[in-house]
Design a protein around this ligand. Structure first.
Ligand SMILES: *Cc1c(COP(=O)(O)O)cnc(C)c1O
Length: 378
């Protein structure tokens, strides 16, 4: 028997209310019973997205909502601007390529945030760019981009701004309407505290203009169909209704806590994690734009990063994430997103100290935990 601690940037742990909701008997989705849930969920999503517009629910992982954005906004031959700097920024380019859309790329060094002025320059140099695809939290590097500043740049042009907020929505601030984010996409298994399987997308009036004109092939992910169904509180196809019912519970919890308090809690957990890493003599991978939902840490020289993550998981049940793609073995990532509290963080840091010590890394035992506790005591 072993207790397990999930500190990964998706999936994240599930609150008991969410798990209990999924154990209820299944109901039919074209019923007043489910419609009542959809109505509540619709309101809850608007609250979390900070938008007055409708947020559409898709049955897919988060990437399904990213694909929905690309094919509904653009046509083959169109030009888009994408921002690299991690695995998820690159996904926008791959999606564009799959549909014959030209992606102009801004290459950002991994671990850094994009400079909004770079986006301004590109938009000025190429007025054909119809959409700018960005990422709120680049989960692979632990960077949060300045979406408010990017939106300020994009809203002065004819282009629309699309934000992948799959990681970060409901955990760090993203003001869809007041910042001017045209399309915001998210997924269920990160800040929203659900299992994987649902994706979400909001669409501004400016973006609807493109949706109605786009010529990319689309069927399952056609936003026009989703909109039509949503007008009668319905979905075009069978939704993952068990997850939607669970989402209703998660959204109720979030409304009770209040977004502001949720953001403060995440910032505190991130501050504590960062303080602990520094106290252990470890280096953050993204010191200048560190995200409040996941902390990426450089593996100290001479240590095997993959082994560190594996030992914590298999020997002690504390699950953190390793590095992805070019960062494999070079960083480890501790998530502090969703249904995570200070003592989960303490447990994670404590286990990290134990395994680092066993691997021969030299530091004063307990120093990381102490630094985190000091942040939590403030
Ligand atoms: C997790 C994640 C995704 C991918 O979501 P899937 O649900 O695996 O499709 C995309 N973007 C970011 C920033 C993520 O963190």
């Amino acid at each position: 028997m072993r207790k397990s601690y999930l500190l990964t940037p998706g999936p994240t742990p599930l609150p008991p209310q969410v798990r209990a909701a999924m154990a209820r008997p299944i109901i039919h989705h074209r019923t007043p019973q489910f419609q009542a849930v959809l109505k509540e969920v619709g309101e809850g999503l608007k609250y979390v997205f900070q938008t007055s517009g409708d947020v559409y629910i898709l049955t897919s992982s988060g990437t399904g909502a990213m694909e929905t954005a690309v094919i509904n906004l653009l046509s083959p031959g169109d030009t888009a601007l994408t921002v690299h700097g991690g695995k998820f920024g690159e996904r926008w380019t791959e999606l564009c390529k799959a549909y014959g859309i030209t992606a102009e790329v801004i290459n950002v060094e991994w671990g850094k945030a994009v400079d909004p002025q770079e986006i301004a320059k590109k938009l000025k140099a190429n007025p054909k760019i119809k959409a700018v695809f960005t990422t709120l939290c680049e989960t692979s590097t632990g960077v949060t981009n300045d979406i408010a500043a990017i939106a300020d740049v994009v809203k002065k042009t004819d282009a629309v701004l699309v934000v992948d907020a799959i990681s970060g929505l409901g955990a760090i601030d993203l003001k869809t309407d007041s910042w001017g984010v045209d399309v915001c996409v998210s997924g269920s298994q990160k800040g929203l505290m659900l299992p994987p399987g649902l994706a979400f997308i909001s669409v501004s009036a400016k973006a609807w203009g493109l949706v109605n004109a786009a010529k990319s092939p689309r069927y399952y992910f056609d936003l026009r169909t989703a909109k039509k169904a949503w007008e009668s509180t319905d979905t075009p196809f069978t939704p993952a209704l068990t997850l939607v019912i669970a989402l209703n519970e998660a959204l109720k919890m979030m409304r009770e806590d209040g977004l502001e308090n949720i953001f403060i809690r995440h910032k505190k957990m991130a501050d504590a994690t960062r303080a602990a890493m520094k106290a252990l003599g470890l280096e953050l991978f993204a010191p200048t734009a560190a995200s409040d939902v996941v902390t990426a840490v450089k593996v100290p020289a001479g240590l095997e990063g993959e082994k560190l993550v594996k030992t914590m998981r298999d020997k002690y049940g504390v699950v953190i994430a390793g590095g992805q793609a070019e960062l494999k073995g070079k960083v480890f990532r501790i998530a502090h997103m969703g249904f995570i509290e200070e003592f989960d963080i303490i447990a994670g840091i404590s286990c990290l100290e134990k395994v680092l010590s066993q691997m021969g890394y030299k530091f004063e035992l307990g120093k990381g935990v102490k630094a985190a506790e000091e942040v939590f005591l403030k």
